[in-house]
Every structure is written in C-alpha cells, then in structure tokens.
Design a protein around this ligand. Structure first.
Ligand code: S3P
Length: 438
C-alpha cells in the first residue's frame, strides 16, 4: 500500500457516456466464501478485483482451496465441501476488509483447526464483539484484544450450537457471520434484524441450493446441509456507482449511463435518497444476475434540495453517505441525517472525517453523535484528507465538479480496496482527475 497516493482534481466539468463500474464487493466476497465450501466447481464472472475481495480469495487459498483467477473478472473455485478447509500456515491477513473479517469469523468459528485473523490499522480498530459475543453463545472460542478488536484468535471446537438471536445493530455483516456459523451448528440458527439490511448471503445460499427460511425480519437455516456449486455473475457495485450518481446529479450538463448495476432492494437507499432530493435517475433494462436484480441507471444533472433523510433508508445506503454528503453540500438548503451512528465505525469515522473535509472546502457541516447537518453552499477548492478511507476519497473527488478551485485529496491508496481503476474510469466520463504519488 502506498500511503502517499493523492488525487488532484481540477474544478468543473460534467459526466457523460456509458460506463460499467467494477463488480459488487459484498457479492464478490460471498461468491468466494460459498464457492470454497460448496461441493463442485463454482465459476464466477464480474468478480471485483479489488484488494478487499482479493484478501478473501487469498484467505481461502491459504486454507487449501484451489482457485484460478481472477482473470478479467473470471474466477474458478474448486469447492472443498463444508468440512474440507485446512489449517493455514500463518494468520490470515484481511487488510482493510471488515466484511472479510466478520464473515470469515463466522465461517471459521466451527472449524476443527485454529486460525488467527488480522488486518491493517483501520480494521484493527473496528468493533468485533458484535460478532464474537453471539458466536460464543454458539460455542465458539474466539479471543480478541482487550478492547474487542482484531487480532481474532479462533480456537478449534468440536461443533457449534444453533442460535436464536436478535441483532442489536442493523448489520448485514453480523447477520451473515452468524448464518455462516449456523452452517456448522447443530439445529437451527435464526437471526432477526432490527431493520432490513443487505440480503446477499441469504440469496446466494439459496443459489447454492441451501435452504434459508425467511419470515419477515428473521432468516433461519439448519446446520449440516451441503452447498452445491453454481455459476455466478456479479453485478456492478451500486456502492461504486453511487459516486457517479452523485457526480452526474451535481454537475450541469451531465448525462451518464451506468451499466448492469445491482439494484437489490436492500441496497438502493442511495437512489431513493437522491430522488427525494430531486435527482433525475432512470432505471432501465431491468434484468437479473446470479439471483440479484440488475439494471442500467441513467442519471442526468438536476438541481438538488436538502432533505431530512428518513432513518429507514440508513441501512439501505450505509456505504453511500460520503457521496450523499457531497450531494447535500451542493443542494439548496439543509440536509439532516440522524440514526447513522454506525458511520463512526466504518473504515474511518465517516461523520467526523467528512465533516472535517466539508468544512475545509467551506461547507457548513455540523457533526452529531448519530449523523450530521449539512447546509448546501459554494464549494471552495482546497486540501482534504481521506484518512485512508476509499469512499471518502472518491466522494471528495466528485465534489470538484462543483468546486471553485482544485481539490487535493490525500491518502487515497485504499481506493484500490473497492474500486481499482477509479481515477481513469472517472476521467473517461469527464472528471478532471489525476493521481500523484509522493
Ligand atoms: C457489508 C455490510 C455493511 C457495509 C459493508 C459491506 C456486507 O456493513 O457497510 O461495506 O457485505 O455485508 P455492516 O454490516 O457493518 O453495516
């Protein structure tokens, strides 16, 4: 990783053309995880070749799974079956990836070998008790640091017990972690979520022929079944498309089509929120890929107005708030976000880091414990620090479309975790962005 990668973005411009952003990160992780523990060969296309999903892939290779690729988004996984993973020789390094760590923690909690999960400084600060505590109730033995963070030392066990659990936070990572542990448990595991969160794990388990019962906010499965390999086409990531949805919405003259984007109802908060602000987003060519709804999204510039973001949209747009805050900065009037304290424990404290960056660019932003108040205004040029958070770097890059001067964004190397090739792709649509090392 190169901590000195900077984005330098000249002001103005508009976004036009047709682009396909890289594959969905959440779905790419799950494709490798389920493919690895399935019986038979799973062929994946559209796989995200970003550092996060590659960390998951490397972890399964280290546990003895033969995986070919990725090659232009194609990955071939020779599944070893539910009980075919082997002990890795070294700790599994999951880099910046919270999804890898939390989902793998569940998948590995019931194994008969020890394994340690480690991550980079950002991941090593993120809360892990939200998974280790319910896993302990299933009989897992996992040690964390004194403050409940990685490294996670998972001890071998003779099996797990099913769990009936109501999650205190609306988290797809926690839900998925516990469902994956439930594959290795005696009896049934039922997880209830306080609000809908992304359901890719449930959908993909079904695609692998594993029965998941869904009753409103509850997802249940019984342990001890088997997964049968399948072919998976990963849609483009709506979380990566979000930067372009915002960029095209705020930049006069923009007209952009984003191809083959996943529009799972549990992920489209960004479309709902932008539309409520006045954005012009059309959903075209609806179809399906790998058990997930997809569509092309056409977005044209439109004047935006500030809103109170409905709290029920928060989990459905959880990764898109850095981009949405830029939309709010360009909107007429005030935008208010509440009920989003989870943003403080993402790859960075996204409320504070975004507020600091917006203030540096002359936008009135008032952080609150569970959200932020942003008053739309004129964006000045200036320097902002992304604090190594990929989504913050990309969000501020789009802000330049409406800035009075250039914006320099520091610490951008982690953009590679979710969106390799962001700068050239954004440049191809009209963003005046260049990368600078050192
Ligand atoms: C993810 C769930 C979300 C999201 C993350 C990916 C997943 O995290 O922020 O980027 O793939 O399940 P939480 O479950 O912590 O909200």
């Amino acid at each position: 990783m190169d901590p000195d990668l900077r984005f330098l973005v000249s002001p103005g411009g508009r976004l036009r053309g047709r682009v396909r952003v890289p594959g969905d990160k959440s779905i790419s992780h799950r494709a490798v995880m389920l493919g690895a523990i399935a019986d038979g060969v799973t062929e994946v296309s559209g796989f995200l070749e970003g550092e996060d999903s590659l960390a998951t892939l490397a972890a399964f290779r280290a546990m003895g799974v033969s995986i070919q690729g990725p090659d232009a988004g194609r990955v071939r996984i020779e599944g070893v079956g539910l009980n075919g993973l082997g002990e890795p020789e070294t700790p599994l390094d999951l880099g910046n990836s919270g999804t890898s760590m939390r989902l793998l923690c569940g998948l590995l909690a019931g194994q008969r070998f020890p394994v340690t999960l480690v991550g980079d400084p950002s991941l090593s600060r993120r809360p892990m008790r939200r998974v280790t505590e319910p896993l302990a109730r299933m009989g897992a033995r996992i040690e964390t640091s004194a403050d409940g963070t990685a490294p996670l030392r998972i001890k071998p066990v003779d099996g797990l017990r099913g769990l009936i659990y109501e999650m205190p936070v609306a988290s797809a990572q926690v839900k998925s972690c516990l469902l994956l542990a439930g594959l290795y448990a005696d009896g049934e595991t039922c997880i209830t979520e306080p609000a809908p969160t992304r359901d890719h794990t449930e959908r993909m388990l079904a695609a692998f022929g594993y029965a998941v019962r869904r009753e409103g906010p509850r997802a249940c499965l019984a342990g001890g079944g088997r997964l049968t390999s399948c072919a998976l086409d990963v849609p483009a990531d709506i979380s990566s498309a979000a930067f372009f949805l915002v960029g095209a919405s705020i930049a006069p003259g923009s007209d952009l089509i984003l191809e083959h984007v996943g529009i799972n109802p549990t992920r489209i908060g960004v479309i709902n929120i932008l539309r409520a602000m006045g954005a012009d987003i059309e959903i075209l060519n609806r179809g399906a890929a790998g058990g997930e709804p997809v569509a092309d999204l056409r977005v044209r510039h439109a004047p935006l107005r500030g809103i109170c973001i409905p709290e029920d949209q928060v989990p459905l747009a959880i990764d898109e708030f850095p981009a949405l805050f830029i939309a709010a900065a360009c909107a007429e009037g005030e935008t208010m976000l509440t009920g989003a304290e989870e943003l403080r424990v993402k790859e960075s404290d996204r409320i504070q880091v975004m507020a600091d960056g917006l203030l540096a660019l002359g936008i009135a932003a008032e952080p609150r414990p569970d959200g932020i108040r942003i008053r739309g205004g004129d964006i000045a040029g200036g320097a902002v620090d992304s604090h190594g958070d990929h989504r913050i770097a990309m969000a501020f890059a789009m802000a330049a479309l409406r800035a009075a001067g250039p914006i320099a964004i520091g610490d951008c190397a982690n953009v590679r975790t979710s969106f390799p090739g962001f700068a050239p792709l954004a440049a191809s649509t009209g963003l005046a962005i260049r990368e600078e090392v050192g």
